[in-house]
Design a protein around this ligand. Structure first.
Ligand code: GN1
Ligand code: MG
Length: 357
């Protein structure tokens, strides 16, 4: 990062109600959407500073309201609270006239996040904290939550966007992505079995990939969920499937060697055990659809990555030209592997999860 960027960020921090000093910054290049910095004082990490991508999140005020509302419910001795630092004008975000929307949150020390589950303990902990998150939000009034990205996980919308991208894509791209396009069309047919009509809407996280779960470094205990921009209404199988695609798969989202992509049954079972450890909170209908969630979520992410590849990378930040296609192919490969495990997953969730009556 260039030196004067530090100055700009320090200037920006003056708008928040924190000690006036010269802080240091470390860029965190993880997400595909926002810009994130760790704020340090004398090498000691204190805050997370983020610029919210206004292109993706049109209603930042509503988004920050969702997070503040959720934080009120997410209070429990078994769930670590994150705090939003207020601006001098007592707002939870600051709008800079040139650089857009910024927010500042507490950094929780001695924590880490994993891209993949390395063992069953991590998978169990992930399930436990996703369950805890949902239990704490189970009675949250849905009307208080705006849709930060309307129809975020709506397959019909994603299918239309995909079809449009095919119409406008360059011929070479259509050829390179030919196999992925065929798989997408076939899988869209198969996913017609998904019927949401009997499911309750819940306040969901909507981006529960494993590296959005914070773990304590010492005990490897899952503390809380981070990256809360997509907290909004949804179905539980969204959060289940998004977690499973990273917990039960030990390969990266953009893994090019598909031999490394596997569906790890012990990790799947451990995650389900973790979910159940909070006691029952899902309806029978929700439990029945969970195996399909583990197919649906990697697929919809793969479809969005493919669409963005065909659209010339206008949505996701990419670190190399074909990253979106690599993500798509890897996500589709896992989708296929999860499809083959539907029968097995059905047995595990039926045996492992008790419906709430
Ligand atoms: C995006 O930037 P990041 O990693 O938090 C995307 C998620 C995907 C994720 C990885 C708003 O999130 O849906 O799971 O990439 N977020 C948005 O594929 O599109
Ligand atoms: Mg995210």
């Amino acid at each position: 990062m260039i030196a004067n960027k530090y100055d700009e960020l320090n200037e920006l921090l003056q708008n928040f109600s924190i000690d006036r000093k010269t802080y240091e910054f470390q860029g965190i290049n993880q997400g595909y959407i926002n810009d994130t910095y760790l704020v340090l004082d004398n090498n000691c990490p204190l805050y997370i500073l983020q610029r919210v991508n206004h292109n993706v999140f049109k209603d930042v005020h509503g988004l920050m309201g969702n997070i503040a509302n959720a934080f009120e419910c997410l209070q429990d001795e078994d769930y670590t609270a994150i705090e939003l630092l207020k601006t001098e004008l007592a707002s939870s975000y600051f709008k800079h006239e040139n650089t857009g929307y910024w927010r500042l949150m507490t950094y929780i020390n001695n924590t880490t996040a994993y891209d993949n589950a390395t063992d069953e303990h991590i998978a169990f902990e992930a399930g436990r904290v996703v369950g805890k998150f949902h239990q704490l939000l189970a009675d949250a009034p849905l009307e208080n939550y705006v849709d930060t990205i309307p129809q975020f996980h709506d397959l019909a919308l994603r299918q239309n966007q995909f079809k449009e991208s095919i119409l406008s894509a360059k011929k070479e791209k259509l050829e390179t992505a030919n196999e992925a396009i065929t798989f997408a069309k076939e899988t869209l047919e198969k996913l017609k079995v998904l019927d949401n009509s009997k499911l309750p809407l819940r306040v969901c996280h909507n981006d529960t990939k494993l590296n959005n779960i914070l773990f304590s470094k010492e005990e490897n205990k899952a503390l809380c969920l981070i990256d809360l921009d997509t907290i909004m209404k949804g179905y539980f199988y969204f959060d289940f499937g998004d977690a499973i695609r990273t917990v039960a798969n030990t390969a990266a989202e953009d893994e090019q060697d598909h031999g490394k992509i596997t569906f790890e049954r012990p990790l799947f079972e451990a995650f389900v055990k973790g979910l159940e450890s909070n006691g029952p909170f899902l309806s029978k209908e929700e439990i029945d659809l969970l195996p399909w969630g583990a197919v649906f979520m990697p697929f919809i992410h793969g479809l969005r990555a493919l669409t963005d590849y065909l659209n010339n990378n206008v949505y996701y930040k990419v670190s190399y030209e074909n990253q979106n296609l690599d993500r798509c192919l890897s996500l589709f490969d896992f989708t296929n592997k999860a499809l083959q495990e539907i029968g097995y997953m059905t047995q595990v969730v039926k045996k492992g999860l008790t419906p709430k009556v």
